[in-house]
Design a protein around this ligand. Sequence first.
Ligand code: ATP
Length: 363
Amino acid sequence: MNVLELKDVTKKYGEFVAVEGVCLEIEEGKILSLLGPSGCGKSTTLRMIAGFTTPNSGTVAIAGENVDHLKPYERNVGLLFQDYALFPHMTVEQNVAYGLRYRGTPKPMIPSRVQQMLSLVRMLGMEARYPSQLSGGQQQRVALARALATDPQIVLLDEPLSALDAKLRLELRIELKEILRSVGATTIVVTHDQEEALSLGDEVVVMHAGKVIQRGSPIEIYKAPADKFVAEFVGRSNWFCATRRGRSSGDLSSYITSNGIEIRTRSAPTDRRGSADLCIRPEHIELMDVTQGVVSDEPDQNLLEGVVVDVAPLGADVHVVVDLPGETRLQVIRKNVGRIPTVVPGQPVRLCFAASDVLVFPT
Ligand code: ATP
C-alpha cells in the first residue's frame, strides 16, 4: 500500500515555479531519498507534505486520504526539519513528550513511551538535560525520538545530518537507518548529499529545477542515469563531447571526441548518428604502465595513452589525474591496495575502460 501519494503537485512563488508537476508515491516501511542541488525544490516538496506550504495545484494523500484541507498538526507526520529545532526551554523528556501530549496520548502512557523512544536513540539518562547541554549529534537523536514518538504514518527528515561534522555524520547516518528500519518507519529524507541519499534510501528521487528527473534504486541512479544532469550530480565523471562515426562492430559504436580521441560505446537505442556527451566514471578506468607487455586491442574495450600529472592518495582510494593528447584531462580512481602498482607524475600510462561503461547522452 502507498502511504503517501503526491499527484501533479505544483508550487509557485509569484511567477517563480519552485515545484512543478511532482508525482511521488511511497510504499509502507520504505525509505525514499529526495536528492538534488540547493534550490531544486526538495524542502518545498516536504513542506507541502507536512502542510506548512499549500500547493497551487495537485493533491497530497496520506494513507489513501486526501489531506489537502488538513493543518500540519492534523496530519499524522513526524518531522525533523532544520527550522523545527528542539524547544530550548524544554528538557529532553519534555521535548519527546511534546507530540504525545499534543495528540492526546493518555497521560499515564507518556513516560513509558518517552523512555522507549530515548532507548531507541540511545539517549536514556539524559531526560533532564536541556538542548543547550547536548552535542549536535545528541540533539539530532532527541529530535528523531520526538519525530517518531507518535508513531506517525510518515516521517519527514529535512537534511537531518547536515549540521554535524563529517565523522559524526557518517556514524549517525548508519544509526539513523538502523532506527528507521527497526521501527518500520515510512520515511522521506531530503538531502543534497549524494552519498547520504544513496546509502539511506531504498529508492532515490532526483530533483532538478522543481521537477523529478529520475526515480530508481541507488544502483540504477548511479549505473543508468536518466540524463546528463543526474550523471554529473551522482558520482564522479569524466566528460567528452563527441561525434558518432558509425558502428564499429556488432552493437558497438565509435565516437570521435573534439580532441580527436576515438571512444567505443555500446549503442543505446537513442544513439543515432550525431553528437553526444560521453561520460566515463573514474572508478571504471584501469591504469597500466606502458611497459606492461603488449595489450591486445579488444573491440569492446577502449585503450588510450596518457601521462600522469597528479597522484593523490586519499585513504582508501588513490585519485590519479592523467593527461591525454589534445588537452584532455581524465580523473582515475584506484582502490588503494598493495597489488596496484603506484604511479608517479610524469609516468606514461595506458588507460583501459569497457565500451559498456561509457554512458552516452545524445545532444
Ligand atoms: P536547499 O537544499 O538549499 O534547502 P531545496 O531544494 O530544499 O534547497 P527549496 O527550499 O524547496 O529548495 O526552494 C526551492 C526554490 O523556491 C528556491 O529557489 C527558493 O529560493 C524558492 N523559495 C522557497 N521558499 C520560498 C518563499 N517562501 N518565497 C519565495 N521563494 C521561495
